[in-house]
Design a protein around this ligand. Structure first.
Ligand code: RIB
Length: 298
C-alpha cells in the first residue's frame, strides 16, 4: 500500500513545563512539583503523531539557529520526518511556557520566535514540490498569510486542507474558502462562532456546506459534514495527568486517517483513542503513543 503523504506547515517549539497542584494567582509565588523540557509546538506535535501512525510526513517551518532548534532538527531526523523545507533563523527558536495543574489542565504562553519568519514563497514551493502529497495541515502559531498561500497551492494540486485554528485568531474569508476541514476545540469554536458548541443547532450553523470537527475534551468530538450530517463520538474515560498536546494528537491522527483513505468517522475514532491515551502521560510529544501502541488501537 502506498504511504499517506502529509505536509504540516507549522510551528515547532520547546516546551518548558511546570507542574503544580494549584496554579498561582496574580502576585502569588508558590512551589511546584516538577519541571520538564520537551518537544512541542502545535505543528511539530501534529507532524510527530502522524509519523508515529506511519505517514510520510514533511515539515515546513523555521527553527532558530540555537540549541533548541538543533535539538528539534535532530528529533525530526530520528523520527524520519522530512525536513527539506525546514529553514533556520537568527531569531531564537519558539518556546512555550506551560503550567499544568493537578487535574492535568494547562495554561500556555508561547513566544513564536523563528516560527513567525517562515517565508511565504518557501511554503508554496514546498507544497508544489512534495511528491504524492495528499493532505496539508496548518495551525495558527505561524503567520496566517503563509497558511493561506500554502493552502491555495494545496488546493491547486487537489490536496485536502485541514486547519486547526489554535491558538484562536480571527480567520480571513480567503483562508476559510480554501480550508476543507476546520478543527477547533470548544474555546476556539466559541471565539470563531460567537456561541459555545452546546447544541446541535449551534454546531450546524457554524459552517454550513463545509466540513468541521469540534473537539470536546473528555466528551470526545463532533463531526459536522458538508452534507449537513452531525455525528457525536465519545471518548474513553481516562485519568488525565496532562492534557498538553492532546488536541494536536487528534488533528495529526485525523490527517493521517484521511491521507490513508479512512472515512472521516474512522479517522476521528482513532484520533480520539490516541488523544485519550496521550492525556494519561506528561508532556506533548513525550505523551504520544508509539507506532506499536497505535497499532493496538487501530
Ligand atoms: O498544543 C500544545 C502545544 O501548544 C504545546 O506543545 C506548546 O508548544 C504550544 O504550542
Amino acid at each position: 500500500m502506498s504511504k499517506a503523504v502529509i505536509a504540516v506547515v507549522g510551528s515547532a517549539m520547546i516546551d518548558l513545563t511546570a507542574y503544580a497542584t494549584v496554579l498561582p494567582a496574580p502576585g502569588q509565588t508558590l512551589e511546584g512539583e516538577l519541571f520538564t523540557t520537551g518537544f512541542g509546538g502545535k505543528g511539530a506535535n501534529q507532524a510527530v503523531i502522524a509519523a508515529h501512525c506511519g505517514a510520510e510526513v514533511h515539515f515546513v517551518g523555521k527553527l532558530g539557529k540555537d540549541l533548541f532548534g538543533d535539538s528539534i532538527a535532530e528529533n525530526f531526523k530520528k523520527l524520519g520526518i522530512d525536513s527539506e523545507y525546514v529553514e533556520r533563523s537568527e531569531t531564537p527558536n519558539g518556546v512555550a511556557h506551560i503550567w499544568v495543574d493537578a487535574n492535568g489542565e494547562n495554561r500556555i504562553v508561547i513566544i513564536p520566535g523563528a516560527n513567525h519568519e517562515i517565508e511565504l514563497k518557501k511554503a508554496v514551493q514546498a507544497i508544489e514540490s512534495i511528491a504524492g502529497l495528499a493532505v496539508v495541515v496548518a495551525q495558527c502559531e505561524i503567520k496566517q498569510e503563509v497558511t493561506l498561500a500554502a493552502f491555495c497551492a494545496a488546493k491547486k494540486r487537489g490536496c485536502v486542507t485541514i486547519l486547526n485554528p489554535a491558538p484562536y485568531q480571527p480567520l480571513s474569508e480567503e483562508l476559510l474558502a480554501v480550508t476543507d476541514w476546520i478543527i477547533p476545540n470548544e474555546t476556539e469554536f466559541k471565539e470563531l462562532h460567537g456561541q459555545a458548541p452546546t447544541s446541535d443547532d449551534v454546531l450546524m450553523s457554524f459552517r454550513p456546506g463545509k466540513n468541521s470537527i469540534v473537539t470536546l475534551g473528555s466528551e470526545g468530538a463532533v463531526l459536522i459534514t458538508s452534507d449537513g450530517d452531525l455525528t457525536r463520538l465519545s471518548a474513553p474515560t481516562v485519568n488525565p495527568v496532562d492534557t498538553t498536546g492532546a488536541g494536536d494528537a487528534f488533528v495529526g491522527v485525523f490527517a493521517f486517517g484521511l491521507a490513508s483513505g479512512k472515512s472521516p468517522e474512522d479517522a476521528m475514532k482513532l484520533g480520539i483513542k490516541v488523544a485519550s491515551m496521550s492525556v494519561t502521560r506528561k508532556g506533548a510529544q513525550s505523551s504520544y503513543p508509539s507506532q506499536a501502541e497505535i497499532e493496538t488501537l487501530s
